[in-house]
Write a protein that binds this ligand. Structure first.
Ligand SMILES: Nc1ncnc2c1ncn2[C@@H]1O[C@H](COP(=O)(O)OP(=O)(O)OP(=O)(O)O)[C@@H](O)[C@H]1O
Ligand SMILES: [Mg+2]
Length: 338
């Protein structure tokens, strides 16, 4: 079964081909124009998707050596994301499905991030259950994954997402956008113990996260240091990054203790973070927990993960009606619109 995946939920225009669960091509146009504004401008994102979607889809087909007529199904992100951006991908996919008379399916972007873990290893029943820490620009969620479509929320952020904490912290530090890679880079030779930033919720009972206090602590630290903060940029970045990763790890470790499930994966843009990956590797050696994370190129937004998620659902006999609408606030355990 050959599935075309399309992703336009934010500022990356993506298309990919998955053939019987194996990735054949993956093309992403990264809309770098948003760096000029220090964040994603929704209207510009939608207009760039309009311009790029045809060349990106054509590129994915060519890279895979496929023609439109070879497609057995089309999968597209229908939420969560920016409304104007989602509409472009969804309408394009519907038009294509209608003209090819091919099955069509709406995919939850966050479910896509999750399946990015199975782009390079087989998705077999013995992989379940596992715990997934979904850490991206808009989400920080801990999920218990019992099988495809069987998700139980264990914990979530009560305010900012981890990626948002990186992005807002980078802005305070005068670093670029996106903030995660910028802070990671600035922190390379920094002393992570120099500044004692709070570890929100580290001691509390539940599995929820909170990052807004950490961002405020950075704001006041910079204010106290005035213009001199640039002299300690590496130490500030390293200490701030360490606080985010310590918070992420503390709930993940607790989730494994609470559930007794010792298989863990991470997904989403923040799963590209080196310190998070190192911390997971160290933990897996100490605690005999099995860890996996996607290749770096599949952590941030891409259509490979959407094509695979689409393949899983289409192969299970699911499809959507052409009346499917976008769902900008879609949760991972909701599929009401399909
Ligand atoms: N190496 C890294 N370290 C930390 N954070 C990173 C790294 N690389 C990317 N990020 C962060 O990942 C986020 C982007 O990830 P992603 O593309 O998954 O988010 P999104 O699609 O905007 O949000 P969502 O998936 O929640 O809708 C940004 O906040 C970015 O700063
Ligand atoms: Mg994303």
């Amino acid at each position: 079964m050959i599935v075309l995946g399309i992703e336009t939920s934010c500022d990356d225009t993506g298309a990919a081909i998955v053939d019987s669960g194996k990735l054949r091509s993956n093309v992403v146009y990264d809309q770098q124009i948003h760096q000029t504004y220090g964040g994603v401008v929704p209207e510009i994102a939608a207009r760039m998707h309009e311009q790029k979607i045809i060349p990106v889809v054509t590129g994915a087909l060519q890279q895979a050596g496929c023609a439109l007529g070879d497609l057995d199904g089309i999968a597209v992100t229908y939420g969560p994301g920016l409304a104007g951006a989602l509409v472009v991908g969804l309408n394009f996919a519907k038009g294509l499905a209608q003209s090819l008379q091919a099955p069509f399916i709406g995919i939850n972007h966050m479910e896509g991030h999750l399946w990015a873990n199975f782009l390079e290893r087989p998705l077999t029943p013995d992989q379940f259950p596992f715990i997934c820490l979904l850490v991206s620009g808009g989400h920080t969620h801990l999920w218990l994954v019992a099988g495809p479509g069987e998700y139980t929320l264990l914990g979530r952020t009560l305010d900012d997402a981890a990626g948002e904490a990186f992005d807002k912290g980078a802005r305070l530090l005068g670093l670029g956008y996106p903030g995660g890679p910028a802070i990671q880079h600035a922190a390379v030779d920094g002393d992570a113990l120099k500044f004692a930033f709070p570890r929100p919720k580290a001691e509390s009972e539940g599995l929820d996260y909170s990052f807004s206090g950490l961002k405020t602590a950075l704001f006041y630290q910079i204010k106290r240091m005035d213009a001199n903060f640039k002299d300690d940029l590496a130490d500030l970045a390293a200490s701030y990054q360490q606080a985010i990763i310590d918070s992420l790890m503390s709930r993940l470790v607790k989730a494994v203790e609470v559930t007794g499930i010792d298989r863990v994966c991470i997904a989403g843009g923040v799963s590209a973070n080196n310190l998070l990956r190192q911390s997971l590797d160290n933990w897996s050696h100490e605690a005999a927990v099995s860890i996996s994370y996607p290749a770096i190129e599949y952590c941030t937004d891409n259509a490979a993960m959407i094509a695979l998620a689409g393949y899983v659902r289409l192969a299970a006999g699911q499809s959507a009606a052409l009346g499917l609408d976008i769902y900008p606030s879609l949760r991972m355990d909701e599929n009401a619109a399909i």
